[in-house]
Write a protein that binds this ligand. Structure first.
Ligand SMILES: Cc1cc2nc3c(=O)[nH]c(=O)nc-3n(C[C@H](O)[C@H](O)[C@H](O)COP(=O)(O)O)c2cc1C
Length: 389
């Protein structure tokens, strides 16, 4: 059974649901780790008032007994505290008093194409599901994928490398999972303290100007075996799957794997990672320009992906739009909004990468119980003589 993650829920509806199907039985889960990730998604300088209302926590309602998975679908529920303020407007059932419709689509959001596609007259029918509130459910599901990966010695982390015009300096030398232990203590989840300060300043300045701000985050996965994914068909290529998953994050507009777009301008001799072998290490590379992916498969080196986020579309000084009930010029909807979500998006990126990688492990190694998975991986490691990095 391949790993399958489905989310349901609207931004101001009663709550969000995530169903994760395809995890092996016997996997130990830790509610504190799941809720820890939920809280991390709410972090970051530049978030709006909504994050003060929500204190996200996932309730497991199926698929787990006494802290271990049972092998069936796992269901997670995340309540929307804000629903208390939206009960009339977002009630699943008819309400007594008519609720005013929203007719002002925001440029850069799903609003206009959504109402056209579904034949709605009320933009709220689109924006409630398009909203990145949905990422709370992804992070809950991603926490299960991460637990599965952790049980196999794989760690997924993220950090912010750019906000607006401020770029963090390149880390000197290789990064290890231990380098990310304190990243959440930074108000923008950036490893470079000086750049972080400047990023906070940039957010403050632009927020005062009623602007929103984009940036870049990086996700890394350590401890992957070589050969996850496959070169044999386009659908199995792991680079494609990772790109799809990361680009599906609301406001993500570009993904680079390894040195990504920078590779385009380099000569071949500076674009690839030469292959070495020693009895101690087995096959290894001295560079990782490929970001741990060649031919749609993992190489065993750390996986590195960078994601460019556009500035979010809801602006406190709204852009020009058209009233869809009159076709007259109007200002776009002003909904309560964040101004910079790049630090939070990194946590969502971890979840999406973990979901793809957990799926790749399920595809390659199968197994009904977590011990079957480990045994299968051990046999593979022995066959290829691979030593964990
Ligand atoms: C964590 C997170 C929070 C977001 N918060 C907001 C927000 O408060 N206001 C907003 O307009 N967009 C926000 N976005 C982005 C929109 O959801 C996104 O731009 C919109 O769904 C349109 O999709 P697209 O930008 O991928 O085309 C957020 C995105 C993420 C990842």
């Amino acid at each position: 059974m391949p790993l399958h993650v489905v989310t349901a829920g609207e931004s101001h509806g009663p709550g969000l649901t995530c169903v994760v199907e395809g995890l092996p039985a016997g996997l130990e889960l830790d509610l504190a780790a799941i809720d820890g990730d939920m809280a991390r998604r709410q972090l970051g300088h530049g978030r709006g008032g909504r994050m003060k209302i929500e204190k996200d926590s996932a309730q497991v309602t199926a698929g787990v007994r006494h802290g271990r998975t049972l092998g069936g679908p796992v269901a997670l529920q995340v309540a929307n505290r804000d629903y208390a303020n939206w009960e009339e407007r977002m009630n699943p059932w008819p309400v007594e008093n008519p609720v005013p419709e929203v007719h002002l689509p925001r440029p850069g959001h799903a609003d206009l194409a959504g109402v056209q596609k579904f034949g709605f007259t009320d933009v709220r029918n689109v924006l409630e599901r398009a909203s990145a509130r949905e990422t709370a459910a992804r992070v809950a599901g991603g926490a299960l994928a991460k637990a599965f990966l952790r049980a196999l010695g794989v760690h997924v982390v993220s950090h912010v490398t750019q906000i607006g015009s401020i770029r963090a300096s390149e880390p000197s030398g290789d990064l290890a999972p231990s380098d990310f232990v304190d990243v959440d203590a930074s108000p923008v989840r950036c490893l470079d303290a000086d750049a972080a300060k400047a990023m906070v300043g940039e957010i403050n300045v632009l927020r005062k100007r009623n602007e929103s701000i984009g940036g870049i985050f990086e996700v890394r996965a350590f401890g992957l075996v070589p050969g996850l994914g496959s070169h044999v068909s386009w659908e199995q290529r792991l680079d494609g799957r990772i790109g799809m998953a990361l680009l599906s994050i609301q406001a993500a507009k570009g993904v680079g794997l390894g040195d990504g777009f920078d590779l385009a301008g380099r000569p071949g001799s500076e674009a690839h990672d030469e292959i070495f072998y020693s009895d101690e290490r087995g096959y290894y590379r001295e560079t990782n320009r490929s970001g741990g992916l060649e031919g749609g498969m993992t190489t065993g080196e750390p996986l590195i992906a960078r994601v460019a986020m556009k500035p979010i579309p809801t602006l406190t000084k709204p852009l020009r739009s058209v009233d869809i009930s009159t076709h007259e010029p109007a200002q776009a909807l002003r909904e309560r909004t964040d101004s910079c979500v790049v630090p939070a998006a990194g946590v969502v990126g971890e979840a999406m990468l973990a979901i793809v990688l957990a799926g790749a492990y399920r595809d390659k190694f199968g197994g009904d119980h977590i011990d079957d998975v480990r045994a299968s991986i051990d046999a593979y490691r022995a066959r290829i003589g691979w030593k964990p990095r």
